[in-house]
Design a protein around this ligand. Structure first.
Ligand SMILES: [Fe+2]
Length: 263
């Protein structure tokens, strides 16, 4: 059984299959769907860490993410995103962003496997299609943005949500910064590649920076580009950071996710 069920307006898709028995042909369809829809989710996947890693490797080279602790010595590439009911402050990643965009080569994909989830409908992850965001831009803005790169910092606006995680590890990390073109080509499509959570400026700088930034950030997260993903236990989700912005939503409760990023 292998079935692709696209969401409304093609903002993500559900895949019905058993990841433990996936053929090469279906894997090919999956990769194609990931590029097309930007987000894939698979319900009811009971995977061991070994199988989870093996599946992830089909999509590229596994990345390091030193800001979160590894699951174990054996599985350092699986990091744990955990929130306890007693935790205060914002959840990890609670603002629209692109994972690790402040690095020279940001991971193309992020995978999460839910191990423990709070009540249904709580703790959704929201996604915004940046293919759609690009398509809906007026032509003159498309032309204008082609000239710019965005400058991104690990100490950008969203970094307040990693402070708690860094405390757990007992160290603060140094600032990482990088620049990337704001309009990104993926196959024959274009995407608006800009992370509001990490953005610290345009390159080259421009005198209407504040106005342009405000316009861009408002536009990127319009409701018509958005999909709110519900979580069930043992749900695997993978998204393309180049075409999807995402954010955690606030919740009270216990949650454990196993995360892998892929270059
Ligand atoms: Fe994230």
């Amino acid at each position: 059984m292998f079935k692709i069920i696209p969401n409304k307006k093609d903002i993500g898709a559900e895949i019905i299959c058993d990841i433990r028995n996936i053929s090469n042909k279906d894997l090919k369809k999956m990769k194609f769907a990931l590029q097309k829809y930007g987000l894939l989710f698979f319900r009811n996947q009971t995977l061991t860490s070994k199988l989870y890693l093996k599946f992830a490797k089909n999509f590229g080279k596994l990345a390091n993410y030193p800001r979160l602790r590894g699951l174990s010595k054996k599985y350092p590439k699986i990091t744990v995103v955990q929130r306890k009911a007693s935790d205060h402050g914002p959840s990890f990643g609670e603002q629209f962003h692109t994972d690790s965009i402040y690095t020279k080569k940001p991971p193309r994909f992020t995978m999460l496997l839910s191990k423990l989830v709070p009540q249904k409908g709580k703790a959704n992850t929201e996604f915004c299609s940046q293919y759609l965001a690009y398509d809906y831009l007026p032509n003159k803005i498309k032309i204008k943005l082609k000239k710019f790169k965005g400058i991104y910092s690990s100490k950008g606006p969203i970094s307040v949500t990693t402070i708690e995680r860094e405390k757990e590890k007992g160290k603060t990390s140094r600032e990482l910064k990088s620049k990337h073109k704001i309009i990104k080509k993926i196959g024959n499509k274009s995407s608006l590649y800009c992370s509001p959570g990490h953005f610290v400026g345009f390159h080259p700088s421009t005198k209407d920076e504040i106005k342009l930034k405000k316009y861009l950030f408002n536009h990127q997260i319009k409701r018509k580009f958005k999909y709110s993903l519900e979580w069930n236990k043992n749900q695997l989700t993978i998204w393309d950071n180049r075409s999807m912005l995402h954010q955690a939503t606030p919740f009270k409760g216990n949650r454990i996710m196993h995360r892998i990023t892929i270059n």
